[in-house]
Design a protein around this ligand. Sequence first.
Ligand SMILES: NC(=O)c1ccc[n+]([C@@H]2O[C@H](COP(=O)([O-])OP(=O)(O)OC[C@H]3O[C@@H](n4cnc5c(N)ncnc54)[C@H](O)[C@@H]3O)[C@@H](O)[C@H]2O)c1
Length: 313
Amino acid sequence: MKALVTGGSGFIGSNIVKLLLDNNYEVKVLDNLSSGYQINIQPFIDNKSIEFIRADVRNGDAVCTACKGVDVVFHLAACVGRQKSLDDPILDSSTNVLGAVNVLEGMRKNNVHRIVYSSSAAIFGELVTPTIAEDHPQNADSPYGVSKLAAEKMILAYSGIYDITGVCLRYFNIYGVNQRFDLYGNVIPIFAKRIYAGEPITIYGDGTQTRDFVNVHDVARANYLASKSEHGTDVYNLGSGSSITINHLAEMMQDIAGIQVGIKYAPERPADVKHCKADASKVLGALGFKAEVELEQGLMEYMQWFKDNCAGK
Ligand SMILES: NC(=O)c1ccc[n+]([C@@H]2O[C@H](COP(=O)([O-])OP(=O)(O)OC[C@H]3O[C@@H](n4cnc5c(N)ncnc54)[C@H](O)[C@@H]3O)[C@@H](O)[C@H]2O)c1
């Protein structure tokens, strides 16, 4: 099987690349390294097990060339996150919407029939039920949520018109190796950075809010299963189906590191939802996917990785 992974040097993409190589896929990576890190895939470049194309998904010609000869595209390249999209909505839309159309056009012109798309729970906007099924109202409330939803809709439209099937996986909170701290970072790298810097963790609200965390190894496996599956075009929520309070998460991470930094509580942020958990049943039924990495086990691996690669940097 030959695969193109856009955004393959990023956090999730690099983990997918590794799993595909472990399963004997031939892999090309297209990435402009705007938020990804070449170091994530350097060993695969060095031993020539992948072809690395440094290019922008907004460049239709480059994407079309990259699609030549592949059987499946894993499309991850994106401007990621709500805040980034508020800071630069043009970059967000041009990358996430035009990028997706370029990928679909590249596929159509090169007879590539399968796409696995990394979508986001951000397409739902304000969450109105504690457990989120696929038919939860879609009221995306940021340029990011809208652009991720637009790309999903584009895939659904192309699959109705052309010989293309698309699996859209809507991620909840993903964590794991290769997830570095950045200004727009997620809670787990932020907490890890604080712990290893010996600084107290800040929690907004009283910490009883709950979130559904999925390990990136599970996400990579879901992508792999989606590429192999006989199921046609569809959308799936991808979570673990269980949740944990932010207080418990902070405790667990400090215990694993063996460093107690304490917690500072700050006022709740207006946009924060109290409880959030994916209904994981549809993806289990169709793709046979169930998250397997226990949070504590995944955090042990992550904290060790963070300590070795990021702490103090
Ligand atoms: N991390 C999460 O919790 C999460 C949650 C929901 C959805 N997602 C989705 O998963 C995908 C991967 O996210 P991630 O967390 O690995 O982020 P990431 O920033 O690590 O990965 C994105 C990759 O895309 C590349 N990229 C960005 N713009 C590009 C462009 N114009 N041309 C080519 N490459 C470009 C970046 O360099 C990077 O390698 C994204 O599509 C994101 O929307 C992530």
